[in-house]
Design a protein around this ligand. Structure first.
Ligand code: PRP
Ligand code: URA
Length: 209
């Protein structure tokens, strides 16, 4: 069964307030999403595996630790997931980035895949699939189907705002995937938008409305 983690770190919650604010413009919105993605990645990577090494300090040898274990992959769901990539790469610059292009059909709300390009060794990596919004859950479920179809086995999902409906749909469909969110909102409206949410994440990030 999936674990669902809501990050209640004060800095994440503070920045999320300004991300939600209808008066926040594109430039500031983009910067804040980037910053929150960094903070969330910091929390999410707490359990990375370490191994002991000996390092020579100016004073003598020290037993210390470096990262070991699976290499990471970041998989943004296009478009809006792109807004979270740079923030994560700041902490994990060696991570590979794959892309899954999906849009949600405005009438049926069903996800439609139009692009997929993943690192070759995706089966050996720990993947973080990212998208600011988990609304009906259709896009996240389809993106994870898509990476699993290409061999991925170790997957986490990270988003800014989720609806209860989206969390249930995703964890029912992919019980092996842990879900990391900054806020769990109240509900979906009749158009499948998260209430109160932040509006259309892609449009706010890229200024397309
Ligand atoms: C938004 C968002 C998610 C999806 C969430 O993308 O970025 O990918 O909707 O909704 P769901 O959980 O109901 O599937 P959108 O389809 O608007 O595409 P865009 O990122 O290209 O704007
Ligand atoms: N996609 C968004 O960008 N926002 C929502 O509230 C729902 C889906």
């Amino acid at each position: 069964m999936s674990n669902v983690h809501v990050f209640d770190h004060p800095l994440i919650q503070h920045k999320l307030t300004y991300i939600r604010d209808v008066n926040t413009g594109t430039k500031e919105f983009r910067e804040l999403v980037d910053e929150v993605a960094t903070l969330m990645a910091y929390e999410l990577t707490r359990d990375l595996t370490l191994e002991e090494v000996i390092v020579e300090t100016p004073v003598g040898p020290a037993t210390s630790k470096v990262l070991a274990g699976k290499k990471l992959g970041i998989i943004p769901i296009l478009r809006a997931g792109l807004g979270m990539v740079e923030g994560i790469l700041e902490l994990i610059p060696a991570a590979r980035v794959g892309h899954i292009g999906l849009y949600r059909d405005p009438k049926t709300l069903q996800p439609v895949e139009y692009y997929a390009k993943l690192p070759k060794d995706v089966a050996e990596r720990r993947l973080i699939v990212v998208d600011p919004m988990l609304a009906t859950g259709g896009s996240a479920i389809e993106a994870i189907n898509s990476v699993k179809k290409r061999g991925a086995k170790n997957i986490q999902f990270m988003c800014l705002i989720a609806s209860p409906e989206g969390v249930k749909a995703l964890t029912d469909a992919h019980p092996d995937v842990d879900v990391y969110i900054a806020a769990l909102d109240e509900k979906l409206d009749e158009n499948g938008y998260i209430v109160p949410g932040l509006g259309d994440a892609g449009d706010r990030l890229f200024g397309t409305k």
